[in-house]
Design a protein around this ligand. Structure first.
Ligand SMILES: Nc1ncnc2c1ncn2[C@@H]1O[C@H](C[S@+](CC[C@H]([NH3+])C(=O)[O-])CC(=O)[O-])[C@@H](O)[C@H]1O
Ligand SMILES: O=C(O)C(=O)Cc1ccccc1
Length: 246
């Protein structure tokens, strides 16, 4: 389904939510809106092949329709792994469960319709936050990362993908502008770009790469690196060391 949600003028533009209409067009929306999205999904599978250990849990927090879960599940070759996907949007969860059931796998997946701030994380070898942390209130972000760190086993990995802001105003404007050019090249009109930007203003509060690094370190991660960036979008890995004091 093609995303045309912001194509006509909207008189009272409300805040962006992950409702039925967004869930319906979501694969098209994210593919045309996030530069590097497919590369990141592919890399999440490659990281799963390396990091997921036998008899561990794997979490995809804010799993939407399950693209990250499918990519990980395809690459997991070890036994006894349980994948847990979490999303608090019922229309997303419904489509995610339906989509996953269309593919055969020996690795079980459970999809929870819940807030990622409320679920328990334990015995994890890999945790994915693929463009989800940016939707949490900034004050709740550190506590979530601390919970993830505590739930990870030594040598476990967190993949954190986000839209970034940049402290240099000129660079920030340039990268936002290149993102808009990317969206225009993918068929979105000026009106679609500007209405969606306004709808996202109050719900998606982005941090700088430096803020993310500091917060991940504060949560306990000692090895943190940006492994991918395209314009103002990117993805980081954070590894829990095997001689962690916590
Ligand atoms: N507090 C929360 N608790 C649970 N879910 C939440 C919360 N806040 C937001 N969500 C969910 O996080 C997802 C963010 S989209 C992730 C893409 C996916 N990872 C992908 O790889 O395709 C990113 C984007 O749209 O830019 C939505 O499905 C929300 O319902
Ligand atoms: O579309 C945008 O401008 C974005 O920043 C990315 C995005 C993609 C899907 C849902 C919400 C935000």
């Amino acid at each position: 389904m093609k995303d045309t949600l912001f194509s006509a003028p909207i008189e009272k533009l409300g805040d962006f939510t992950f409702d039925e209409s967004v869930a319906e067009v979501f694969p098209d929306m994210i593919q045309r809106s996030v530069p590097g999205y497919s590369n990141i999904i592919t890399a999440i599978g490659m990281l799963a092949a390396r990091f997921v250990t036998p008899h561990s849990n794997v979490y995809d927090l804010g799993c939407s329709r399950g693209a990250g879960i499918l990519s990980m599940r395809r690459h997991i070759q070890v036994e006894g792994v349980q994948i847990i996907g979490v999303d608090n949007s019922a229309p997303m969860v419904e489509r995610c469960r339906h989509h996953l059931s269309a593919f055969h796998s020996t690795t079980p997946v459970e999809i929870l319709c819940d807030d990622i701030r409320c679920i328990e994380i334990k015995n994890a070898s890999m945790v994915v936050l693929n463009f989800t942390l940016q939707f949490l209130p900034p004050d709740d972000r550190l506590a979530l990362l601390q919970k993830i760190y505590q739930g990870l086993e030594p040598n476990g990995v967190l993949v954190l993908s986000e839209k970034f802001t940049f402290t240099d105003e000129h660079i920030n404007t340039l990268l936002i502008d290149l993102h808009h050019t990317f969206k225009r090249a993918n068929g979105y009109s000026e009106l679609e770009v500007s209405q969606k930007r306004t709808a996202l203003e109050n719900v998606m509060r982005t941090d700088s790469i430096a803020t993310h690094k500091q917060r991940l370190e504060q949560a306990g991660f000692s090895q943190v690196e940006l492994w991918f960036q395209c314009f103002n979008f990117g993805s980081m890995v954070a590894i829990k060391s095997n001689n962690s004091p916590l």
